[in-house]
Design a protein around this ligand. Structure first.
Ligand code: NDP
Length: 314
C-alpha cells in the first residue's frame, strides 16, 4: 500500500484510442501525463479483428496491433502508463483526488476521463451460469473454441454483424437472433451478413434460456410475434447487444445521462467540474468510433493544457 500522495499535472483514466491520444498530446505539451489503463488495457479494440475504417491504414490493421502502436506512441513522449485501475475519485473544485487499486492516492490538477464502455448482457440467469462456459460477449476472443460447431449470436447492430461474420468463418452455422424485423447495422454490414450463406437470421426472435449446466448445449428461443418456441442446437452463445459507459466511479461528481454517458459542454470536452474533461465512448453515445474517440482524446488534452495555462500552472 503506497502511503505518499502523488501530485500530477494530468491524470488520464482509460487506455482506448481516446486515452492514448490524450496522452500523446498531453505528453508533447509537457503535462507529464500519468495514464491508468484500467482493467482492459487497450479497451474495446483489443477484442476487434480487422479495423478497416481508421484513416491511415489502407490495408486495415488488427485492433490489438493498433492499440499496441497507440501505447508505444504515448510512451515515446514520456507518458507514464500504469496497468492498473482507478477505483475511487473525489472531484471537488480545483483539486481532483483519485485512488488506484493498489492504494496510491493521486492529486491531479487536471483529469481526463477516457474510460470507454463495456459490453451489455441480456440478464438471463442461464447467461450468468454459463459465462465463459460457452457464453461470451467477444466472438473474436472466444470464437476459436467453437470452430466446427453451431453457434448463436444475439444483436442486430454493427458489432453483432461483425462478430457473426467472424464466426461464419469458423463455424458451419451461425444463428443470428434479432429482436425486431430489421437490423440496426450499417448497410454495408447488413449486405455482408445477408450474403453469407451460413448465417441464418432469426427475425423477431429472443433468447429465453441457454441450456446446459457445465457447457452450452442449446438455446431456447421464442418468436415474439407468433410466440412459437424453438430450440437451437448450439454450443456457443455470443451476446453483442451494445455497451454501457464505464463511468460509475464518477457518478457522484460528474453530470451524466441516465445510461452513464458524461455530459460535455458544447463543442469542448469540459465536464461540469472544473479541470475535468471527458473523451471517447464515456461521453459519446452517437458516433462511438475509434477515430472519433481519438479526436476527442486530442481535444481533452488541448482543453486540459489551456485550463492549466489559464490557471498559471504551466
Ligand atoms: P448498437 O446499440 O448499435 O446495437 C445493439 C443491437 O443489439 C441492436 O440491434 C439492438 O436491437 C440489440 N439489442 C439491444 N438490447 C437487446 C436485448 N436486450 N435483447 C436483444 N437484442 C438487443 O450496438 P453495437 O455494439 O452493435 O454498435 C455500437 C456502435 O459502434 C454503433 O454506432 C456501431 O455503428 C459502432 N460499430 C462500428 C463498427 C465498425 O464500423 N466496424 C463495428 C462495431 C460497432 P434494436 O435494434 O432492436 O435496438
Amino acid at each position: 500500500m503506497a502511503d505518499q500522495v502523488e501530485k500530477v499535472k494530468c491524470l488520464i483514466v482509460g487506455s482506448g484510442p481516446a486515452g492514448y491520444s490524450a496522452a500523446v498530446y498531453a505528453a508533447r505539451a509537457n503535462l507529464e501525463p500519468v495514464l491508468y489503463t484500467g482493467e482492459e488495457p487497450g479497451g474495446q479494440l483489443m477484442i476487434t479483428t480487422d479495423v478497416e475504417n481508421y484513416p491511415g491504414y489502407p490495408e486495415g490493421i488488427m485492433g490489438p496491433q493498433m492499440m499496441d502502436d497507440f501505447r508505444k506512441q504515448a510512451e515515446r513522449f514520456g507518458t507514464d502508463v500504469r496497468m492498473e485501475m482507478i477505483t475511487k475519485v473525489e472531484l471537488n473544485g480545483g483539486l481532483h483526488k483519485a485512488w488506484s487499486e493498489s492504494g496510491q492516492e493521486i492529486h491531479a490538477k487536471t483529469l481526463i476521463i477516457s474510460t470507454g464502455a463495456s459490453a451489455k448482457w441480456l440478464g438471463l440467469e442461464s447467461e450468468k451460469r454459463l459465462m465463459n462456459k460457452g457464453v461470451s460477449a467477444c466472438a473474436v476472443c472466444d470464437g476459436f473454441f467453437f470452430r466446427g460447431q453451431e453457434v448463436a449470436i444475439v444483436g442486430g447492430g454493427d458489432t453483432a454483424a461483425e462478430e457473426s461474420l467472424y464466426l461464419s468463418k469458423l463455424c458451419p452455422k451461425v444463428h443470428m437472433l434479432v429482436r425486431r424485423d430489421e437490423l440496426r447495422a450499417s448497410k454495408i454490414m447488413q449486405e455482408r451478413v445477408m450474403n453469407t450463406e451460413n448465417i441464418q437470421i432469426h427475425w423477431n426472435t429472443e433468447a429465453q434460456e441457454i441450456l446446459g449446466e457445465e457447457e452450452v448445449e442449446g438455446v431456447r428461443v421464442i418468436n415474439n410475434q407468433t410466440q412459437e418456441e424453438t430450440t437451437l442446437p448450439v454450443s456457443g452463445f455470443f451476446v453483442a447487444i451494445g455497451h454501457k459507459p464505464n463511468t460509475d466511479i464518477f457518478r457522484d461528481f460528474i453530470d451524466m445521462d441516465s445510461t452513464g454517458y458524461i455530459h460535455t459542454d458544447g463543442k469542448s470536452t469540459k465536464t461540469n467540474v472544473e479541470g475535468v474533461f471527458a473523451s471517447g465512448d464515456a461521453q459519446d453515445n452517437v458516433y462511438r468510433q475509434a477515430v472519433t474517440a481519438a479526436g476527442t482524446g486530442c481535444m481533452a488534452a488541448l482543453d486540459a493544457e489551456r485550463y492549466l495555462t489559464e490557471k498559471g500552472v504551466i
